[in-house]
Design a protein around this ligand. Structure first.
Ligand code: ACO
Length: 325
């Protein structure tokens, strides 16, 4: 039996030049490298330069992903940008990326699921490609979170960073076996009862302002490990795999303690977890594609490897994607 699978052809990342370390932060607010490292595993983060936009970072990551795939921009007919920090309320920053790449066909739109954005966008691209609506998609996660942080709120501003990552995916006719390359299973979830646990206190229809990130950290932490574990279990069951089959676990990089907690609950080998939170902090929708491009560039993820992506974020939203690279 033949089936259409969404296969990853290439990936790329982009990080702004400016590095902001925990020691730098300790000079700005009442915090310490020790507190941040012990609670989160974060050591430093990147901050977008003045004039550097979500779309420009996304376009840089997109160019790297297209080159890695051995393609040219014209080969892409769908762009989905996962972001909570678009350049403007509208138009979608995805169309700016489309224009920067010189693509004038197909479609481009933004997707908003906060830190789960990349998982939601990849699952959406998978559905569109499998339905035969498009042939090749660029899935981008890009964020300028530094622009929506309250730099006087030490409980949130130490956690986030800026950056972008992207993958190019293509619809391919394969055998329909679980040994196929491509996306094997996806699970998306949300529960709006928790929307006030992690949110931005502004918006076009409420305050007419952009707003700042607000978070009930301990509540987010409490939900994260159980929700992440549940959705990973559901995704593995859908595909008929066990946690021990996974070659690489590439979680959303929010907090090393959350990653370790979820990995322990699932019995995942810690050596199989890709961790970039120490260097990038939480880049929201950009964190997974940035981690993927890091692990591809250093040779850890290889063609044929079974890779599990997982994320949770504001909403709450959460989800997982199982794929064979
Ligand atoms: N530096 C020093 N002290 C701090 C800082 C800081 N940056 N921030 C808070 N504190 C203080 C608090 O004021 C509090 O002091 P008090 O006891 O005198 O009142 C103390 O540290 C403990 O505060 P808590 O919020 O209870 O600290 P906790 O141990 O829960 O750690 C943290 C906070 C790291 C945010 C944790 O709750 C967490 O990791 N939550 C998950 C949140 C997360 O990762 N969100 C990312 C987005 S969601 C996602 O992507 C999954």
């Amino acid at each position: 039996m033949h089936t259409v699978r969404t296969v990853i052809l290439g990936c790329g990342g982009y990080l702004p030049e400016r590095v902001l370390t925990n020691h730098d932060l300790a000079k700005m607010i009442d915090t310490s490298d020790r507190w941040i490292t012990e609670r989160t595993g974060i050591k430093e983060r990147r901050i977008a330069a003045e004039g550097e936009l979500t779309s420009s970072m996304g376009a840089a990551a997109a160019r790297a992903a297209i080159a890695d795939a051995g393609l040219v921009p014209d080969d892409i007919d769908l762009i989905i940008l996962a972001t909570s920090t678009p350049d403007q309320t509208f138009p979608a920053s995805a169309v700016t990326i489309q224009a920067e790449l010189g693509i004038t066909h197909g479609a481009a739109f933004d997707m908003q699921a906060v830190c789960s954005g990349f998982v939601f966008a990849l699952a959406t691209a998978d559905s569109h490609l499998k339905a035969g609506l498009f042939k090749r998609a660029l899935v981008v996660g890009a964020e300028a979170f530094s622009r929506i942080l309250d730099w006087e709120d030490r409980s949130t501003c130490v956690l986030f960073g800026d950056g972008a990552g992207a993958v190019v995916v293509e619809a391919q006719k394969l055998n329909g076996a679980m040994t196929d390359r491509g996306i094997l299973a996806t699970c998306l979830r949300s529960d709006g009862r928790y929307r006030d646990k992690l949110y931005v206190d502004g918006g076009p229809s409420s305050t007419g302002t952009v707003g700042h990130v607000r978070m009930d950290g301990p509540e987010v932490f409490r939900h994260a490990v159980t929700k992440i574990s549940e959705v990973i279990d559901a995704t593995l069951t859908q595909a008929g795999y066990n946690a021990s089959d996974i070659d690489w676990f590439v979680p959303h990089q929010a907090n090393k303690r959350i990653l370790d907690g979820a990995a322990k609950k699932l019995g995942l080998d810690p050596a199989r977890i890709i961790i970039t939170v120490d260097k990038h902090a939480n880049t929201s929708a950009a964190s997974i594609p940035l981690a993927l491009s890091t692990a591809r560039a250093d040779g850890r993820i290889k063609t044929g490897d079974l890779v599990l992506l997982e994320a949770m974020g504001g909403g709450f939203t959460w989800g997982a994607v199982l794929l064979r690279w």
